[in-house]
Design a protein around this ligand. Structure first.
Ligand code: GYE
Length: 334
């Protein structure tokens, strides 16, 4: 993988050069440029983006949104897939610094450990935009803005729905939790929000909580273990649809009916998740929108032009019950 990435670099440089020449020739024909500002004025903005990986339906939709929006905005996108590894993201960011891209954006796989590389970008004068996930750096000057969801809120909305829908339950309600990638902002925050909400009702008890790494395979495997270890599971809270979808297989294989014997709450609302909800296999989804591309391109243009941008831009989202999923599903694009 390392070698492959190295050997791709010269090709990227050629592509970048071609893009610059193309942008130049377009401008020479009298068409307006992208409003990039700085440098030669009519060059395309070069945006280096380090993606987490391809672990979920959400991530695929997010990658597509970013690639499509870049093409539409006339931004030259350098894209790297870090395969869920922080070291790969750090390497990609260092490459972008070396290539002197105009703007760097990334979706940090975990929250901590970014200060050094972010400082390198700052020293090189390259503005950084966080998308989707946050970092825990105390020095907020290391990045220009953070565009993404309120994960604590998503967890809280999930927990509140459960509190509301457990009112008539008698005795303990046993909950198992499938956490996202260990140390990631959405895993930390969704756990927190959910925990705070269900504290309102002492009969709601989390009896097991483990990471399934945001993947279907992880969700299936951990759910199998949960089912073996715990004879009475009433509720599954999965930090994303994909883990919930993987868990469905484990639940069915154990002879239980998902959505009936075990109430299932997930987060994201990608198409497959919405289908499971409409089919009655899931019970509730808190939405997390992956369509961050257009806003990201807008921000990249602004920070490149030296404009002030708000330090935090929150994605708008909603929640879905089974009935709402049936209505929304036909128009769901991802
Ligand atoms: O919920 C999950 C993905 O960071 C919001 O990452 C994102 C999360 C999303 O793998 O499906």
């Amino acid at each position: 993988m390392r070698n492959m990435r190295m050997s791709l670099a010269p090709r990227r440089a050629v592509a970048a050069l071609a893009a610059v020449l193309l942008a130049g020739s377009v401008a020479a024909c009298g068409n307006s440029d992208t409003g990039a500002g700085g440098g030669g004025g009519d060059d395309k903005i070069v945006l280096g983006f380090s993606q987490v990986g391809a672990e979920s339906g959400w991530r695929t939709a997010n990658t597509n949104s970013i690639k499509e929006a870049a093409a539409e905005a006339g931004i030259d996108l350098k894209f790297d897939d870090a395969q869920q590894k922080q070291e790969n993201q750090i390497k990609a960011i260092r490459n972008y610094i070396q290539q002197k891209v105009d703007v760097i954006a990334f979706s940090p796989v975990v929250e901590s450990g970014w200060d050094t590389v972010l400082k390198e970008a700052k020293d090189a004068g390259i503005p950084v935009i966080l998308t989707d996930r946050a970092v825990d750096s105390a020095d907020k000057s290391l990045y220009k803005t953070f565009l993404g969801s309120d994960f604590v809120k998503e967890g809280r909305l999930s927990g509140e729905w459960l509190v509301e829908n457990s009112k008539d339950a008698t005795g303990d309600v046993n909950i198992v939790e499938l956490q996202g990638t260990t140390g990631s902002a959405p895993a930390n925050d969704r756990k927190k929000g959910f925990g705070e909400a269900i504290a309102a009702d002492p009969k709601l008890k989390v009896i097991a909580s483990q990471s399934g790494d945001f993947t279907r395979a992880g969700g299936k495997q951990v759910m199998e273990q949960f089912l073996k270890a715990h004879p009475k599971i009433d509720v599954l809270f999965a930090h994303n649809d994909d883990m919930g979808l993987g868990a469905l297989e484990a639940i069915t294989a154990a002879g239980k009916v998902p959505g009936k014997d075990i109430t299932i709450i997930t987060i994201d609302a990608v198409k497959d998740g919405m289908q499971a909800l409409a089919d009655g296999k899931f019970n509730f989804i808190a939405e997390c929108s992956p369509l961050l591309g257009p806003q990201l391109m807008d921000l990249a243009k602004k920070v490149h032009a030296g404009e002030e941008v708000p330090p935090r831009i929150e994605t708008e989202e909603t929640t879905f019950t089974q009935e709402q999923a049936k209505t929304a599903l036909p128009n769901r694009k991802y």
